[in-house]
Design a protein around this ligand. Sequence first.
Ligand code: M6R
Length: 608
Amino acid sequence: MCGIFGAISSEDVKKDLIEGLSKLEYRGYDSAGLSLITSASKIKRIRCTGKVKELKKLLLKSKSKGKCGIAHTRWATHGIPNLKNSHPHNSGPFSIVHNGIIENSEELKSSLLKKGYKFTSDTDSEVIAHLLTSCIKKNKDLLGTILSALDKLKGSFALAIIYDKYPDNIIVASNGSPLLIGISKNATYVASDIHALVSKTKKYIPLEDNELAIVSRGNVILYNKKGRKISRPPLVTKQIDKTTSKRGFKHYMQKEIFEQKDIISRVIKDRLGTKTILPNIFGPKSDVMLKSIKHVHFVACGTSYNASLIAKYWIEELSDIMCTAEIASEYRYRTINIPSDTLFVAISQSGETADTIYSLKKAKTSNYKAILSICNVPESTITRLSDYSYLMQAGVEISVASTKAFTSQLIALLLLSTILSRSSGKYSIEAEIVKQINSLPKILDKTFKLENDMKTMAKQFKNKHHTLFLGRGASYPIALEAALKLKEISYIHAEGYAAGELKHGPLALVDKDMPVVGLMPDNNLVNQVLSNLSEVKARHGLVYIFTNKKMKLKRNDKTKIIKMPACGHYIAPLVYVIPMQLLSYHVAIFKKTNIDQPRNLAKSVTVE
Ligand code: M6R
């Protein structure tokens, strides 16, 4: 993953580098570092383990200055998070920062070791620095050196390089990992994403795969991998600097959980009429395209994948369209059969998830009717590559644990399912679904009142080692999402299961120390879920039932019932996920974990 930021300016760039890097910390926060070219044309490197704020403290103590520099925030892939593995990596006259994975690093390393190069880190990235030094000895010019080094690399990379003989240049290259060049009057910047650039400039050029550029102040020369110059006009971003604060909440996750009602109200205002969905909400002429769809293939990762699983239930219930939902890291490598008139849908909060991007690229060269993306970040790679796109309007999601993006994806997917149902002549359901979505803000108000119950429940969970979440139908993906949230931020092992699967194996785990949560909206599956939960009770499991069905417990029954507000059938997943988010949040509070930046994770997963 990792975030890259670089700057060349007429002034010292240290402040720019720290500002840019802070906006990229969602891509990794294992270590941070930067290299500057000083006025004496020397490379000065400053690195630390931990976060950008630690690097900032080191810089305050340092007297080093430079008008050209590169910086990096790391998510460890090769080599543990420590100082020696922090970027930049130096070799001779070069300093480099890398995002991606060099697949042939071991092979390159052994040949460089034979040539006498000394490695000081366990990273795959350090080979790039030594490779450059080795190539500059054979090549006369910088461009030739870069091209021959890049030619030897296998894998994915976004690279920013400084070279002490060219103190006014940053060299950048990209293959499979994003890198953008931002151009302003007095400075040029390079960054892993547009957020890190918008406060500096609106004009930018995204590097495409197998391209490189030599960047100087106010100038960019683009090359293809053969070293031929390419010319491409800069794009102008419509994004504004969205620096967000916690607005009085203790954590971003808490703020983002509580924003969900307002986001849904905004979608209602912008996308719904009184009884119908407004035309073409999935992009110009999308309604006509969607009319012809006979199959849907969803591809996504993590929470976004869980959202797609719910859409599968909705679409097949509401129409005669066949639907699959698949994890992107599986989809990208397997053989796919694509029936005619299939819609490919990529779902991603960030729009930068590597596996989803690769899947989308594969889909683009396959026989799909159209490529649609549901994303939260405008101008992201996934949005740029799609034929049609829907922006979730959830606002920037900072917390690594996705909450508001999930419910925003669900709303988009419920709208998509409803539009797709039109081709099966099920127009009558549209008014009902619009009505149910309209009822959501009030129902969510009632749902948020469960926070105190979730605090009490969290206290009972905080010392547990394992937890099961069970659901049937569209509540099954909510069980998966609940388990993902809990393990992600509280580090308690949690699994989500289709309730009917329990007796096929996981029931063996249940004992008096195992909390088992049943998600049971009042629908045609209640009796089945209750039977599965009785199986748990018979093994002394601690059962918690979330339901809006009236239930009476027998005397001595230790089951805890959490009374949910009544809600329509289609919107139940959006309602039932809220207490799951609050539960994880409060367990994590008790466990004093780093809620917004949990260990080992990053917000945007830009490596495969
Ligand atoms: O940005 P994306 O939606 O593509 O990200 C996918 C997953 O990495 C993400 O949902 C992840 O699972 C979250 N941290 C879960 O809370």
